[in-house]
Design a protein around this ligand. Structure first.
Ligand SMILES: [Zn+2]
Length: 250
């Protein structure tokens, strides 16, 4: 949830809130942001606001929320939510468009997605792109940008998979795709290595000659064998027999 501090602090209702009520207000906004309108149930509201007094909760609802058919809503929050969703959708659309035209033209101009928008784009879309460019450095990369970046950085992982994975999620939560690519590459490397390492550790097996108990223990394949005293013999009070554990594949 983005917090517009100036706007929030200038709100007359917030200006006169005590700390507890302000905390409750924030908790209710968080809840509305993630789960939608607040339930029309004062007990639930108190619970969401970490057990605030019912009278305070009621006053808060009256001051800062409006009763809708789905529950209580804060109009400012709903407005911000809608703007964010619009912006996000525009960004995804512009990114896809930029990627498409780039693939067709085989990179004529340097990166800025703005320059890649098709001439038919309305002014409104260009405005939105500019807004994004000035507010953050995030642009969604095209597949060819990702491919080139992976090649230049010497990454071993597949750029198409990285692009498709993030494209399908609308590049959600990614501030910088190049930073995300670093993490992606590291994770891929790890998962490449893990199975090979795991194969070097296996269960050695051996049977007690006195009681027939079968023992197992994890061992590195480089070890010829391992000896241990039979647990069962120990438990049953006999002199422990020695079990020799061996690599079952040898
Ligand atoms: Zn035994």
């Amino acid at each position: 949830m983005p917090v517009y501090i100036d706007r929030l602090m200038a709100d007359r209702n917030v200006l006169f809130m005590d700390a507890e009520t302000f905390g409750a207000y924030m908790l209710l906004l968080f809840s509305e942001w993630t789960d939608g309108p607040l339930p029309d149930d004062i007990n639930m509201i108190c619970k969401i606001a970490k057990d605030i007094d019912q009278s305070k909760a009621e006053a808060l609802l009256k001051q800062c929320f409006r009763k809708d058919k789905l529950g209580f809503v804060n109009d400012t929050l709903e407005e911000i939510k809608t703007t964010q969703q619009d912006l996000h959708q525009k960004r995804v659309d512009a990114g896809a468009k930029g990627g498409k035209s780039k693939a067709q033209k085989k990179i004529q101009k340097p990166s800025k997605a703005k320059a890649e928008l098709e001439p038919s784009s309305s002014n409104k879309e260009v405005e939105v792109e500019e807004e994004i460019d000035s507010s953050s450095t995030t642009t969604t990369p095209s597949i060819s940008e990702v491919q080139e970046h992976f090649k230049m950085s010497g990454y071993k992982s597949d750029p198409e998979t990285f692009h498709a994975f993030n494209e399908s999620r609308g590049w959600k939560g990614i501030e910088s795709w190049t930073a995300a690519a670093v993490l992606w590459e590291k994770r891929e490397k790890k998962s490449d290595k893990a199975p090979a390492e795991a194969e070097e550790w296996i269960d050695f097996v051996g049977t007690c000659s006195a009681c027939g108990y079968t023992a197992k223990a994890r061992n590195h394949i480089s070890r010829p064998h391992q000896k241990l005293d039979c647990q069962k013999c120990c438990l049953e009070g006999r002199d422990p027999s020695e079990i020799v554990l061996k690599n079952p594949n040898e």
